[in-house]
Ligand binder design. Structure first.
Ligand SMILES: Cc1ncc(COP(=O)(O)O)c(C=O)c1O
Length: 421
């Protein structure tokens, strides 16, 4: 997190002091680093190009915007040449509003509705990733009705254990995602025979926050074998979408080495001569953001010291959903030797509203600011209005400057949608 660092005892995002932002915009507050987003996008592009054959087309990197869908973030990544992987009409609308061209948008997800399919077909989409037979039938019916050919890829479930958290494992046969090899081959043939379906290739995404390389290798190998089988049946395969999943460091995890990953793509996937599509989310955005919060109270419990923050599980859900820990950094560095082990909790009425237990920190006081690191992916996007708590504001820092990229929601915003009978 070099884009977040202490200078003269204060936490900075790039060249902007975090305390200044917290005081100006209030807390809880998401703060993102533009430099970090650019670095991650650049690193992925460069590493892939170093390993792929010189004459190969550049892969299409579609940022999985479920990780962070703020329009300003999508716009910034567009300027780095990235497209978007979307899973809803809402995300499609965001991507288009950010100016992302339809030929750089892929549509994933197991439950696309008629309205969603109709809208993307009419307005343009690079491919719809099909996850089941009823979904193909639905797409075929809509495509035929509007006389628009639907470009599709089929999501392969390779039955590979991603060795990550059970709730973000997606490539085992017991998971709801994708198709087995035989089911996929049968659907591919059906699609190829349909006048308004254009099968383009296959896609697979086996899970998120992968730290081991082997599951990628196993999945890629099974994808390659499947493409060879399809081609042996004269099926046209011009694209392979290898999904996302690259892990990041939150505390002490060792993410896959990017060179190893790119080498595998070059050795296993590239020889098939297709367009290569990637859908990274967390790798691009995870370490671009912090959630800044203020200490409401320091409570001395019977057995514990509690640091009660103004951010709760509704603002950052990952600790309560995945038992994740986002390291907590005081915004003003306190070099005092005395540390206290705190349970760091939010104000929401749930015991699960806990960000960390027995976390040693310098002695903290009411009104101090803290930052929860690595919160750029699956942070704001998972925030809710639980306990009628308004959604936080979001800030994008770029060098010496910063911009408010989403204003704080108000209670009036929330209540405006309700109808008093
Ligand atoms: C289909 C698909 N693609 C890409 C991603 C992004 O994954 P990650 O953020 O781990 O790169 C996800 C996340 O769950 C996904 O479901």
């Amino acid at each position: 997190m070099s884009d977040f660092h202490y200078k003269n005892g204060e936490l900075y995002t790039e060249n902007v002091p975090v305390k200044t932002l917290a005081e100006q915009y209030g807390t809880p507050l998401y703060v993102y680093s533009a430099a970090h987003l650019r670095t991650q996008a650049g690193q992925l592009k460069t590493t892939l190009s170093q390993h792929l054959p010189a004459d190969a087309n550049a892969p299409l990197i579609c940022f999985a915007c479920k990780a962070n869908s703020n329009i300003a973030v999508l716009d910034l990544l567009k300027q780095e040449g990235l497209g978007t992987d979307i899973v809803s009409l809402g995300e499609y609308t965001r991507a288009r509003q950010a100016g992302i061209s339809p030929d750089k948008i892929v549509f994933s997800g197991v439950g696309k509705t008629d309205t969603e399919i109709e809208t993307v077909l009419k307005n343009g989409i690079h491919q719809i990733n099909v996850e089941s037979e009823p979904e193909l039938e639905r797409i075929a019916r809509i495509a035929e009705k509007h006389k628009i050919t639907a470009p599709v890829a089929f999501r392969f479930n390779p039955d590979v254990d991603a060795k990550t958290h059970a709730k973000i494992t997606t490539g085992k046969h017991e998971n709801k995602f994708g198709l087995t090899r035989d089911a996929l081959i049968a659907l591919y043939q059906k699609a190829d025979a349909h006048a308004f379906i254009a099968p383009k290739g296959i896609t697979s995404h086996i899970g998120s926050q992968l730290t081991a390389v082997t599951p990628f290798k196993d999945a890629f190998t099974r994808m390659r074998d499947l493409v060879e089988m399809l081609r042996a049946m004269d099926m046209p395969v011009t694209r392979i979408d290898i999904g996302g999943g690259l892990g990041i460091t939150y505390t002490d995890e060792t993410p896959p080495d990017l060179d190893d990953y790119a080498r595998m793509v070059a050795e296993i996937i590239a020889p098939l001569g297709t367009q290569i599509i990637l859908e990274p989310g967390r790798f691009i955005a995870g370490n671009c953001g912090i959630l800044v919060s203020q200490v409401v109270h320091v409570k001395q419990g019977e057995k514990k010291h509690y640091l009660i923050l103004d951010a709760g599980m509704n603002d950052l859900a990952r600790p309560s959903i995945y038992d994740a820990y986002h390291p907590v950094m005081p915004v003003l560095e306190n070099k005092a030797a005395e540390h206290i082990a705190y349970d760091i909790v939010g104000p929401v009425c749930e015991t699960g509203d806990t960000f960390g237990k027995n976390i040693p920190l310098p002695v903290m006081e009411e009104d101090d600011f803290v930052a929860m690191t690595s919160s750029g992916a699956y942070g704001f996007v998972m925030a809710s209005n639980y306990n009628t708590r308004p959604l936080p504001a979001e800030i994008l820092v770029d060098g010496d400057t910063h911009k408010l990229i989403r204003r704080r929601q108000t209670v009036d915003d929330i209540l405006a949608l309700e109808i008093d009978i």
